[in-house]
Design a protein around this ligand. Structure first.
Ligand SMILES: [Zn+2]
Length: 261
């Protein structure tokens, strides 16, 4: 590999921002929004079925995040390329940023990457995306605005051959304020299968975005994981956007009412 850039200008920027002037204190992030591969990486040795599967992106997550953005008047920052090229919920030093294996599938295009290959991926995809988030958060905090970070993901219903029954995972790292409030709200609404740190938790290395942007700034933060078979179509996406919006509104009312957000 050379040190040229990974993405051609015609492929557009690494990230997209929806509702940049959103009035909500919530900032939405979708790291696994897209299955688009940078042209320079080709198919990475994967067939079309795998390139469209959950190993390439979080199916349905971007649409739910867009609907949440619209319902809440919240800014949404989304990665525009596949997590197979770079998993933006992992730091550049993590092997998982360039997964050689994802669930039960090998990813030949990520086998044996050199340090310069990794740097090229990170420079094109990770750094601009996270810098955009940093700039947005810091600008709002400097303006005296309240800021809350919410990342939106989806998970596959069958993982390593085992069925997952949960509908919505509410994940947190050391700061559980928002997660606690959302779980309480879910209990109040009698929503079934809403689970803490499910189907993963901080021990699985999935809280990088929360750590980098939420914990460092001491702003309330949460990672949401919705089972992807529930949000494969517009109807399901709309139902879950409504539910999550309601949970977030109830939770923020509680946190702000207690003056802790
Ligand atoms: Zn994800």
């Amino acid at each position: 590999m050379t040190d040229d850039t990974l993405i051609e200008p015609s492929e557009g920027p690494a990230f997209a921002v929806r509702c940049p002037d959103g009035a909500s204190e919530i900032v939405l992030i979708c790291e696994h929004a897209s299955k688009t591969m940078p042209k320079a990486l080709g198919t990475m040795g994967l067939d079309a079925v795998k390139l469209a599967s959950h190993i390439a992106w979080d199916i349905g997550a971007q649409r739910v995040a867009e609907m949440l953005s619209d319902r809440l008047d919240a800014t949404l920052v989304s990665q525009r390329f596949s997590r197979l090229a770079y998993d933006c919920n992992r730091p550049p030093e993590a092997a998982g940023a360039y997964p050689e294996r994802s669930e039960i599938y090998d990813v030949p295009g990520n086998a044996g990457l050199s340090a310069s290959d990794k740097a090229r991926r990170a420079d094109a995809l990770y750094h601009p995306f996270h810098q955009a988030i940093e700039d947005l958060l810091d600008e709002r905090l400097a303006a005296g605005r309240n800021v809350v970070l919410v990342t939106v993901h989806s998970f596959t219903p069958i993982y390593f051959g085992t069925r997952r029954d949960g509908y919505l995972g509410i994940l947190h790292d050391d700061d559980s304020r928002l997660a606690d409030a959302m779980l309480e709200a879910a209990a109040t609404l009698e929503l079934e299968q809403v689970l803490r740190n499910y189907p993963y938790g901080p021990e699985d290395g999935v809280t990088h975005t929360l750590q980098r942007h939420g914990l460092t700034r001491q702003i309330a933060n949460v990672m949401l994981e919705i089972r992807n078979d529930l949000i494969i179509d517009e109807a399901g996406q709309s139902i879950w956007a409504d539910r999550v919006a309601k949970l977030l509104e109830m939770s923020l009312a509680q946190l702000n009412g207690e003056g802790k957000a």
